[in-house]
Design a protein around this ligand. Sequence first.
Ligand code: ATP
Length: 140
Amino acid sequence: MAKQFVVIGLGRFGGSVTRTLIELGHEVMAIDSNARRVQEFSSIVQHIYQADSTDEQVLKELGVRNCEHAIVAIGEDIQASILTSLILKDLGIKKVTAKAVNDYHSRVLEKIGVDHVVHPERDTGIRVAHQLNSNNLIDF
Ligand code: ATP
């Protein structure tokens, strides 16, 4: 069943989440403050907006609160990631997933009520190590 997602930040992580959700048949709204990124994704995302996600009014006007699940894929600008996540929780979004770039970032996101914090590089490293471990076991 199609679910409504909003992805904020179309970098490598957010872009990949967006592409995959669309391929899986989900309805996705995307927001990025960078015009080039918005242009890049405009052919695959029907509801795409160039906006600053730290502006609560803008998120309200875009109807973000109607989405069931938000993915905050802003990394470098930790302040923007935290503020955006806080606004999304205050707007009443049921599920917020956010990307963290370090442990302090992750702890703050958890404290403000983010439901699922991901560390893409660390998580992938763990998965790859487990795969290497099981390949190694099969080899012997
Ligand atoms: P990745 O590793 O996934 O490529 P990153 O860690 O380098 O991402 P950033 O480049 O900081 O993360 O952010 C990802 C995207 O989020 C960028 O396309 C950027 O334009 C967008 N972004 C950053 N701040 C905001 C904001 N306040 N509102 C909307 N989009 C934002």
